[in-house]
Structures are given as structure tokens and as C-alpha cells.
Write a protein that binds this ligand. Structure first.
Ligand SMILES: CC(C)(COP(=O)(O)OP(=O)(O)OC[C@H]1O[C@@H](n2cnc3c(N)ncnc32)[C@H](O)[C@@H]1OP(=O)(O)O)[C@@H](O)C(=O)NCCC(=O)NCCS
Length: 155
């Protein structure tokens, strides 16, 4: 499968939102994707926190996406969202999206990458562990209906 990792553009919102709705029981609202797609140089979430969105694209087809933030105050990068279209999973797209974000965090001098994942989401946990991420805690009821495992990678 050929693809490139490129900035998330307003014309990608529909395809990204469709993947989001098919991937998660509690999808993000579409308005958040509209916001991320509008900020090519990073969405300023708050002072010294900036977030970024990229898609994996095969010509005009969107195969997956990742959204992360860099907190310049704490030096922490955080993956906020990642998903790959169901019919193209297990082809390393998720891994490449993660590696892209981690590379960007290193370039931005972040000292660690963190993220949360549902305790039941074994596919994502395997992906993160294959990248060397380690479990640093469990957050009870992080998702309301389920606990989260917090993972971290030293950069
Ligand atoms: C998690 C997700 C992004 C992985 O994307 P992907 O492109 O299929 O993953 P990759 O092909 O890059 O997988 C890389 C490695 O992760 C692990 N992995 C990925 N999916 C797996 C699965 N279903 N079962 C077991 N291991 C899995 C494997 O180690 C895999 O390497 P391998 O194929 O050589 O064995 C994808 O399953 C997805 O979109 N899930 C729904 C959304 C989601 O759960 N996002 C994460 C929220 S925290």
C-alpha cells in the first residue's frame, strides 16, 4: 500500500470523520476535526501547547490520521487521536503515523511521548508496545465507562 503522511486539510475532514465514527464507540465531534484542519502550523490549545494533525494519504484517499500535542512547558508530547481505516489495517500505517509524530516531538525537543488507551484495546496496546512504549499507570474511568492505561516513551 503506497501512501504519504501529509498535513490534514479541510477537504480531508469528511473522510477522517468517517474513519473516526467507524473506529470508536465514542467518536470525537466533527467540529474538533474542523478546528485541527484549519491550523496548518499547529492549533494553539493553550499557552505553550500546540497540537498537530496529519493524514496518511494515497492520492485523494485518506487511510488514517494522527493528532498530537506538544506541551513546551512540561516537555511532554501527547498523542490525542489515531486511527486507520479498517480495510487497510495491519499494513504498518498506524506504526508510520506514530513514528511520524514521535519524530516531530523529538525535533520539537519534547522529552517524552505519552498517550492513553482503553484497557480493552489490545490492538493499539500491541502497536504502542512494539514501538517501545511502556505502561506507566492506569487511570480509573478515564473514558467514563472504562479505565485507561497510560503509556510513555522517553524521547
Ligand atoms: C490501533 C490501530 C491504529 C493500528 O493501526 P494499524 O495500521 O492496523 O497498525 P500497524 O499495521 O501499523 O501495526 C503495527 C503493529 O502493531 C501491532 N498490532 C496492530 N494491530 C494489531 C491487532 N489487531 N492485533 C495484534 N497486534 C496488532 C502489531 O505488533 C503490528 O505489527 P505486525 O503487523 O507486524 O504484527 C488500528 O487498529 C485502529 O485504527 N484501531 C481503531 C482506533 C484505535 O483504537 N485507535 C487507538 C486509540 S488509543
Amino acid at each position: 500500500m503506497e501512501y504519504q503522511i501529509t498535513p490534514f486539510k479541510p477537504c480531508d475532514i469528511e473522510a477522517v470523520y468517517e474513519i473516526e465514527c467507524k473506529s470508536f464507540a465514542q467518536p470525537w465531534e466533527k467540529k474538533y476535526f474542523s478546528l485541527y484542519a484549519s491550523f496548518r502550523q499547529g492549533l494553539p490549545l493553550e499557552t505553550r501547547v500546540r497540537s498537530y494533525a496529519r493524514v496518511a494519504r494515497n492520492n485523494d484517499e485518506i487511510l488514517g490520521y494522527i493528532i498530537w500535542s506538544n506541551n513546551e512547558r512540561t516537555g511532554h508530547g501527547r498523542v490525542l487521536n489515531i486511527a486507520v481505516r479498517e480495510d487497510v489495517r495491519r499494513q504498518n500505517i498506524g506504526r508510520d503515523l506514530m513514528l511520524h509524530a514521535v519524530h516531530h516531538m523529538r525535533e520539537a525537543d519534547m522529552s517524552r511521548c505519552q498517550l492513553e488507551v482503553r484497557v480493552s484495546n489490545f490492538a493499539a496496546q500491541r502497536l504502542y508496545e512494539s514501538l517501545g512504549m511502556v505502561r506507566i499507570g492506569v487511570i480509573p474511568k478515564y473514558y467514563g465507562d472504562e479505565d485507561a492505561i497510560r503509556y510513555e516513551l522517553a524521547l
